[in-house]
Design a protein around this ligand. Structure first.
Ligand code: NAG
Ligand code: NAG
Ligand code: NAG
Ligand code: NAG
Ligand code: NAG
Ligand code: NAG
Length: 501
């Protein structure tokens, strides 16, 4: 997985520049490009097609982080705060339109920070800020300050991208954490945090953001209206804490593998990765890679897009199959869908679709799906068939539960129970499907996840996850008449077979 590593070239060059610049400033001479503070009137230009992957303009006093122009992918440009030892971007501006690395771009500071390019004008800026200086703090927080005021006029900590770091508050009013591929989001509710799939790149063409993981603060009282909302913060003792706003009372912890171990001098981050998992990592001085310390979802098959759209994940093996064609074992099985089957001229008119039926299927996050009870298989199908915003229905013949998939079909999970049947719609297409996730990417993700899984298995796991599962079972959604074996098929992490992509 690329987000685990960075480009070592960035680290060596920039760290040297930052140190040199710090020395220059101490000596009273101004570094031409690198500083530890930007003043009004500052301007820096990205040289079109620069060979470096990162062009820093501002460094932290401790020389560990830098802010500057970052090359994204092969040819795009963004602003980023980079952890220099690992070259990992902890924060990115992520404007709606990225810059073009092969064209010039300018970063200016004049009350607000602004990124412009000659073709499109303003790409990004800190809105409604009236600042005098910009500093990058030792914590990696990029702060725009007004001299007289203690509160920052703007700070990157209030505008996270896919990562949270130490001392960064994640509150109900913070924007969600969005994975780099923009397919997943972490949001905070009043008493819980939740992972969502984002079907429209964050743009709400349709407000479809189905939840696939949820964690409620153990000691928060959801029914107490006067209780303030929770906020979350990484703690260097090895956990992500949930606290009540105002009092700061801790109401829950997500404990990491290193929880209560006395490891000091590490730098931690919590990142929403491109596979939809929320993971904590730490970096120790002199290390060559981030060490994974926590993951919200432990099983590969429980992640929502492991086998792509219309893929079937087989736990234990582990491997992928296709729902639409049981002979095919190589995702992508089907193009990723972005819109529903409702016809454009409104009403309940439905676009053409093929029906796929499959026995022995379920999803890991069915507790989060809308459901109906006391149904027959035929009634369950019908509830979905007639509704153009429904893409599939999962029926449990043992319990009569009918779960409706009101978003495009993603990865399903195999369950060895003939009474668990699925009904799925597949859009009729004139031309061959456009691939969603390339097999190479899937394979790489799967292999890395296995590596991470074994790393995590090596550590002691004192997760609140266990409490959470118990609580969720008690909560009743899983209290079907005949609980299937699916929660027990947990051998994937220890499997040493490679994931077949
Ligand atoms: C930031 O780090 C540098 C170098 O470690 C240290 O000298 C400085 O005091 C730190 N600044 C703050 C505000 O902690
Ligand atoms: C985070 O929240 C705490 C408690 O509310 C506050 O003291 C601290 O200043 C906040 N940190 C930042 C970076 O905003
Ligand atoms: C509701 O929450 C507030 C603030 O946390 C607390 O003071 C109060 O006792 C709670 N009420 C109940 C009925 O638990
Ligand atoms: C933990 O670290 C502190 C200081 O780094 C040290 O004083 C203490 O003895 C350590 N405790 C254990 C249990 O290792
Ligand atoms: C389930 O459906 C049957 C027939 O439709 C009905 O007789 C029965 O009362 C229903 N049970 C519940 C719990 O709704
Ligand atoms: C269709 O399904 C959606 C999502 O499950 C639901 O909100 C809506 O009420 C359904 N429409 C009809 C006509 O049943």
């Amino acid at each position: 997985m690329r987000e685990g590593k960075g480009d070592p070239a960035i680290a060596v060059i920039v760290a040297a520049l930052c140190v040199a610049s710090a020395v220059l400033l101490v000596d009273g001479a101004q570094g031409e490009e690198l500083a530890t503070q930007l003043l009004n009137g500052f301007a820096a230009t990205h040289a079109a097609g620069a060979s470096a992957l990162f062009e820093p303009v501002l460094c932290t006093p401790n020389g560990v982080f830098a802010f500057g122009f970052l090359r994204v992918g092969s040819a795009s440009l963004d602003l980023a705060v980079v952890h220099l030892p690992s070259s990992f971007p902890l924060w990115r501006a992520t404007p709606a339109r990225l810059g073009d690395w092969s064209r010039p771009a300018t970063l200016t500071f004049d009350s607000s920070l602004m990124l412009t390019d000659p073709d499109h004008g303003v790409l990004w800026q800190t809105l409604n800020t009236n600042g005098d200086t910009v500093v990058l703090l030792n914590s990696s927080n990029l702060v725009v300050r007004r001299y007289a005021k203690p509160m920052p006029a703007w700070q990157s900590f209030d505008n996270p991208s896919d990562t949270l770091v130490l001392d960064q508050n994640f509150t109900v009013s913070s924007p969600p954490l969005i994975s780099k591929n923009r397919r997943f989001a972490l949001r905070l509710g009043k008493t819980f945090m939740a992972l969502h799939m984002e079907f429209y790149g964050g743009r709400a063409t349709l407000p479809t953001t189905p939840m696939y993981w949820q964690h409620t603060a153990l000691k928060a009282q959801p029914e107490n209206a006067t209780q303030p909302p929770v906020y979350g913060r990484l703690d260097d003792r090895g956990f992500f804490g949930l606290y009540l706003e105002g009092s700061g009372q801790r109401v829950d912890v997500l404990s990491f593998d290193t929880f209560a171990q006395n490891i000091t001098g590490v730098f931690q981050r919590l990142t929403l990765d491109d596979d939809g998992n929320l993971r904590a990592y730490y970096w120790t001085d002199g290390s060559k890679a981030w060490t994974s310390d926590y993951k919200a979802i432990s099983e590969q098959c429980e992640l929502p897009i492991t086998c792509g759209a219309y893929g079937l994940c087989i736990p234990g093996e582990p491997q992928c199959q296709c729902l639409t064609n049981s002979k095919s074992t190589s995702p992508p099985c089907h193009a990723e869908e972005t819109t529903d089957l409702c016809s454009a001229n409104g009403g309940w008119q439905q676009l053409d679709f093929d029906v796929v039926r499959r026995k022995r299927v379920s999803v890991a996050y069915k507790e989060e799906l809308p459901f109906e009870t006391n149904k027959t298989a035929a009634e369950c199908e019908l509830a979905c068939a007639a509704n153009c915003s429904c893409w599939g229905a999962l029926y449990n013949g043992a319990s009569g539960y009918c779960y409706l998939i009101d978003f495009p079909v993603e990865t399903l999970v195999y369950e060895a129970d003939d009474r668990k049947v699925g009904y799925f719609k597949a859009r009729k297409r004139p031309s061959p499907a456009r691939p969603g996730m390339s097999p190479g990417v899937t394979a790489a993700t799967a292999v890395l996840s296995l590596v991470l899984a074994s790393l995590a298995a090596a550590g002691v796991y004192i997760g609140d996850r266990v409490w959470e599962r118990k609580r969720r079972r008690r909560a009743g959604m899983e209290q079907e008449l005949a609980p299937g074996p699916y929660k027990d098929l947990k051998s994937m992490g220890s499997s040493n077979k490679s994931f077949r992509a």
